[in-house]
Design a protein around this ligand. Structure first.
Ligand code: XMP
Length: 183
C-alpha cells in the first residue's frame, strides 16, 4: 500500500501538531458551551477520534452520513442519516467534523439541512481544506491544514475505499489509480 504513494504531503508528526493546534482553537471557542461533535462518515472517523481526545471540555459525539443526488446545488437533494437519533439535533450546538472541504457542497448542504431540523448552531471543523476547488460559498470555522488541488489519501481519506488506514497523508501514483480502474 505504501508503494502506491507518490509523495508524503503530511507526516504523522505534522498531523499531530496540526491537530493539537486546531483542538485548542475548538476548545477555546466552546468553553462553557455544551456541544455535539458530529463526525461525517466515513472519512472523518480518524480525525474526529484524534480531535476529541484533545478537547478537555464536555461534549457529545454523533455521526452523520450524507449522500447526494442531482447536481448537488441544493439541500433538497441530500439524503442524510443522523446517528444516534434525530432528537439529538433540535436546539443543539453542532460541530460538523469532516476529512476534507473540497467543493463545499457536502458541508453547506448538511448545515442547511441540520439548521432546517432545528439545530441552534452549526459550525464545522475540517482536517484538510482545498480552497482552490470551492464551488459554493462556504468556509470552515476551523481547519487543521490547507492543501493544494491534488487528490490525497490516508488518515481517513480513501481512493475506491482503500488507503484510509495510512497514518500519513499522501498523493497517489498514477499506477495506483490505473490498477483500481483496470481492476
Ligand atoms: P465537497 O466537494 O462536498 O466534498 O466539499 C467533500 C468530500 O469529497 C471527497 N474528497 C476527497 N476524498 N481525497 C479523498 O480521499 C481527496 O483529495 C478528496 N477531495 C474530496 C471526500 O469524501 C470529502 O468528504
Amino acid at each position: 500500500m505504501h508503494d502506491d504513494i507518490e509523495e508524503i504531503l503530511l507526516t504523522e508528526q505534522q498531523i499531530t501538531a496540526g491537530i493539537d493546534a486546531v483542538a485548542k482553537q475548538v476548545t477555546d471557542a466552546y468553553r462553557g458551551v455544551e456541544f455535539t461533535v458530529v463526525s461525517v462518515l466515513k472519512g472523518s472517523c480518524i480525525f474526529a477520534s484524534d480531535l476529541i481526545r484533545r478537547i478537555p471540555v464536555p461534549l457529545e459525539l454523533a455521526f452523520v452520513s450524507a449522500s447526494s443526488y442531482g447536481d448537488g446545488t441544493t439541500s433538497g437533494d441530500l439524503e442524510m442519516n443522523f446517528f444516534p437519533a434525530e432528537g439529538e439535533i433540535r436546539g443543539k450546538h453542532l460541530l460538523l467534523v469532516d476529512d476534507i472541504l473540497d467543493t463545499g457542497k457536502t458541508l453547506s448542504r448538511l448545515k442547511a439541512e441540520l439548521t432546517k431540523r432545528g439545530a441552534a448552531q452549526v459550525k464545522s471543523c475540517v482536517f484538510l481544506d482545498k480552497p482552490a476547488r470551492r464551488a459554493v460559498e462556504y468556509n470552515a470555522d476551523f481547519r487543521a491544514f490547507e492543501v493544494d488541488d491534488l487528490f490525497v489519501v490516508g488518515y481517513g481519506l480513501d481512493f475506491a475505499g482503500r488507503y484510509r488506514n495510512l497514518p500519513f497523508v499522501g498523493s497517489l501514483k498514477k499506477e495506483a489509480y490505473a490498477g483500481v480502474v483496470d481492476g
